[in-house]
Write a protein that binds this ligand. Sequence first.
Ligand code: SF4
Length: 99
Amino acid sequence: MVTERVAPVDFTDWITLMGRTDRHCLDADVDFYPGQGSDAKAARQMCAGCPARLLCLEWAIHHELYGIWGGTSARQRCAIRRHRGINVRQPGAAWRDNL
Ligand code: SF4
């Protein structure tokens, strides 16, 4: 049974993540939102050694429905959510909750 639970990763974690100057995607010329069928290899490689990866991934599991985050695709995060019983209702919901 899948039950919805309140995301333990909140808006302050996003602020922390975006403020990390050591994250590899900062000012990178790499497409983290490749279209269907496009190659996400460059983005995945950039994430692989990123020191912010764990925080990024946890944020994305709870809030991001699209793109490469923490080295994972949208589909992979969907599988993680199913396994952990997390229901992300719609993109942007977390943002509106914090405004
Ligand atoms: S894990 Fe990837 S998407 Fe996340 S901060 Fe690092 S480089 Fe950026």
